[in-house]
Design a protein around this ligand. Structure first.
Ligand SMILES: CC(C)(COP(=O)(O)OP(=O)(O)OC[C@H]1O[C@@H](n2cnc3c(N)ncnc32)[C@H](O)[C@@H]1OP(=O)(O)O)[C@@H](O)C(=O)NCCC(=O)NCCS
Length: 115
């Protein structure tokens, strides 16, 4: 997870989460949620250490990716919007197909750090 922006004025630490990945053989056994909980704990702790009042985590999920969507919802994320994306996969490019387009859900978790 990247701390992409630290807005001292608003005292909000904003993170971009690039993804959570579990090998298919281990899906739906609780590992995804455990990884996510650890990442969020680290994000919260770093934001608290630096004196922020809130932290905000954003992630983009392919709109067809129901399992990921469910996992992020269970971790407390909410869908706040939609974003178009262009994916340049090596496999597609080598076949001369260039890129694939799709729609991503913008999911966000916004948590207060004040008591
Ligand atoms: C998304 C991903 C990380 C989830 O990992 P996981 O170990 O299967 O997740 P968990 O076992 O902790 O599941 C969390 C919740 O989501 C549900 N869930 C996960 N995958 C699901 C699926 N394919 N269909 C329905 N529900 C699913 C689980 O049942 C669980 O909910 P429950 O407690 O109500 O049963 C995993 O599917 C993955 O690596 N996918 C490929 C990469 C990806 O798409 N990452 C996310 C985009 S960044």
């Amino acid at each position: 997870m990247d701390a992409a922006e630290a807005d001292q004025g608003a005292r909000v630490m904003t993170y971009s989460l690039h993804g959570t990945f579990v090998r298919p053989i281990a899906w739906q056994a609780g590992l995804g949620l455990t990884l996510l909980a650890n990442a969020l704990r680290n994000a919260k702790s770093a934001a608290l250490d630096q004196g922020f009042d809130r932290f905000d985590v954003r992630v983009l999920i392919g709109s067809e990716n129901k399992g990921a969507c469910r996992t992020y919802e269970k971790a407390g994320f909410k869908t706040v919007g939609l974003e178009g994306y262009v994916q340049k996969l090596e496999k597609l490019v080598s076949k001369g197909e260039g890129s694939a387009t799709g729609t991503a859900l913008v999911m966000e978790l916004d948590q207060s750090l004040t008591k």
